[in-house]
Design a protein. Structure first.
Length: 442
C-alpha cells in the first residue's frame, strides 16, 4: 500500500453568512455534465481543452424570444446580427438563416458578411472609421450606410460625384437617455442640435439624402425606459426632418444593447431579477412609435442585436491543471483558460459548474488562468470541493464578445464547437496555431 502524501494542515474561515435555505455552502456543488445532451468530458476529449462551445438550440431560443416580442407588436421589424459580438461564420449563418441581416462596424466585417452571401442591401454599415475605398464599395453595393461624422459625409459626397448617383444614408444619433456615462462619441448629438445640423448639411449638399435615423444607446442596458426615451427623441427628429426638408424617413434603427442573463460584478441582485424581459424592451420601443407616428406609414424598425441573442448560448470548457496552497492558506487552482479568453471577466461573475459531483467539503478557492501574469484571475473567491487535475469546469455565459475579443497572447486561441439542433457537435473553428499548422476556419 502506498503511503498517503503529507499535506500541511490549514485553518480556513468558514463564512456562515453564505448559508441559505438551499443548504450549507460547504456541500453545495453546481454541476454541468453535458451541454444539449453532449457530455462535456467527450467534448474536451475530442476537441481539446480549453474549448468554446455554442448551443444552436439556445441561440435560436434567444432569437425567437426577442424577435417575437417585437414582431407580435410591430408589423415591420428586422434584426441585424451584430458581427463584432461573434463573427464566426457558422454563428453568423445561424442568425442569417433565422432572418437576420448583418450589422458590421468595419471593412473586415463587411467583407465577411459578403462572403457569407449577404447582399449589400442587407448590410448595415456602422462605425466611426470607414475607409474610403470600402465605403465606396458599400455604397455601390447598396449597403445601409450609417454616417458617424462630417468627414464621412464629405467622403460620401465625393463618392456620389464619382458614382454619379444620389446616395441614401442614415445618420447615427447620440443622446441623453438617462443612462450614464452617455455614449456621446458616436454619431451626432441630439440635444445640442448637432444632429439637426447634420441633416441640414445633408440637404444643403444635395448629393446624399436621408432615409434613416439610427441610435445605439449603450450595451447591457438594464433599464428599458432608456429605449423609450431614445425612441421619443428619434421620432421627434424624424417628424422635424420630414416637415422641414419635405422628405420621408423610411426607417428608424434603435441599435442593440439588450442585456443577457449575466451577473454584473458588484451588483447584489441576480440577473434573473434585474434584467428586463424581451417584452419590456419591445413594449418600450413600439408603444412610442405608435403614439408618435404622424406619417402615413409606420417607419420600418431595425434592431442590432448582439449579446442578448448569444451570450447565454456560449460556454467555455476549461480543465484543472493543478493547484497550490498560497501563503494565506487559500487554495489557488491553475486552469488552462484565463483572461486571454475571457475578456468579459472584468465586468461579470460567471456561472462556474463542475463536470460531476466531487467528494469533500467546499472551501473558498481562487481560479487562476494559465498566463504568466498576475492579473490572470477568473474568480477571486469561489466555494469548491477539492478538485483533481483534469476536472472540467464550464464557464458561462460567455457567448458574447469573448471569442471575438480573445487574445492570441501567450497561448493559442482554442477550438470552437457548435452543437446543432439535433444535438450533434461539430467543429466550427480549429485551434488557432499562428500558421505553424495551416490555420483554417471550417
Ligand atoms: C456593438 C454594437 C451593437 C450590439 O450591441 P449589444 O450590446 O451586443 O447588443 C449594435 N449596434 C452597434 C452600432 C454596435 O456597435
Amino acid at each position: 500500500m502506498s503511503k498517503i502524501k503529507y499535506q500541511k494542515p490549514t485553518i480556513n474561515k468558514i463564512d456562515f453568512a453564505m448559508a441559505s435555505k438551499y443548504g450549507s455552502p460547504m456541500k453545495t456543488q453546481k454541476i454541468r455534465s453535458e451541454i444539449d445532451g453532449v457530455k462535456v468530458s467527450d467534448l474536451t476529449q475530442k476537441y481539446g481543452s480549453p474549448l468554446f462551445v455554442f448551443s444552436q438550440r439556445k441561440m435560436e431560443e434567444l432569437y425567437h424570444n426577442l424577435h417575437s416580442a417585437f414582431s407580435s407588436r410591430y408589423p415591420d421589424v428586422t434584426f441585424g446580427w451584430s458581427y463584432k459580438t461573434n463573427y464566426l461564420n457558422e454563428i453568423c449563418k445561424v442568425y442569417h438563416d433565422l432572418g437576420s441581416i448583418a450589422e458590421v462596424v468595419s471593412e473586415f466585417e463587411y467583407q465577411k458578411a459578403r462572403a457569407l452571401g449577404i447582399e449589400g442591401k442587407d448590410i448595415i454599415f456602422n462605425g466611426p472609421y470607414k475607409p474610403y475605398a470600402d465605403l465606396k464599395i458599400a455604397v455601390r453595393e447598396g449597403a445601409k450606410i450609417h454616417v458617424d461624422n462630417l468627414f464621412e459625409l464629405d467622403d460620401l459626397e465625393k463618392i456620389a460625384d464619382e458614382l454619379n448617383m444620389k446616395i441614401p444614408v442614415a445618420i447615427r444619433i447620440n443622446m441623453d437617455t438617462g443612462i450614464y456615462p452617455q455614449w456621446s462619441r458616436f454619431g451626432f448629438n441630439y440635444e445640442s442640435g448637432e444632429a439637426y445640423e447634420a441633416v441640414k448639411r445633408i440637404y444643403d449638399g444635395g448629393k446624399v439624402y436621408l432615409n434613416g435615423l439610427h441610435t445605439h444607446i449603450g450595451t447591457f442596458m438594464l433599464d428599458s425606459n432608456a429605449y423609450k426615451v431614445a425612441t421619443i427623441k428619434i421620432m421627434q427628429l424624424k417628424e422635424q426632418v420630414e416637415r422641414d426638408f419635405k422628405s420621408q424617413i423610411d426607417y428608424i434603427d434603435l441599435g442593440g444593447g439588450f442585456a443577457s442573463k449575466a451577473n454584473l460584478k458588484g451588483v447584489y441582485q441576480s440577473a434573473d431579477v434585474i434584467v428586463p424581459t424581451p417584452d419590456d424592451y419591445a413594449e418600450a420601443i413600439t408603444n412610442v412609435i405608435y403614439e408618435m407616428n404622424k406619417s402615413e406609414n409606420l417607419p420600418k424598425l431595425f434592431l442590432e442585436t448582439g449579446r442578448g441573442m448569444i451570450d447565454e448560448a456560449g460556454f467555455l470548457l476549461t480543465s484543472v491543471h493543478g493547484y497550490k496552497r498560497f501563503p494565506d492558506a487559500k487554495k489557488g487552482y491553475i486552469l488552462d483558460a484565463g483572461v486571454n479568453l475571457l475578456y468579459t471577466s472584468t465586468w461579470f461573475n460567471y456561472n462556474i459548474e463542475l463536470d460531476k459531483r466531487y467528494e469533500g467539503d467546499n472551501e473558498a478557492s481562487i481560479l487562476n488562468g494559465p498566463l504568466c501574469m498576475n492579473i490572470d484571475v477568473i474568480e477571486e473567491s469561489i466555494m469548491l470541493p477539492p478538485l483533481n487535475r483534469g476536472t472540467i469546469l464550464s464557464v458561462s455565459p460567455v457567448g458574447a464578445y469573448n471569442y471575438t475579443q480573445a487574445m492570441q497572447f501567450i497561448r493559442y486561441k482554442p477550438a470552437v464547437v457548435l452543437i446543432d439542433k439535433d444535438g450533434q457537435a461539430k467543429l466550427i473553428k480549429d485551434v488557432d496555431d499562428l500558421g505553424t499548422v495551416n490555420h483554417k476556419e471550417a
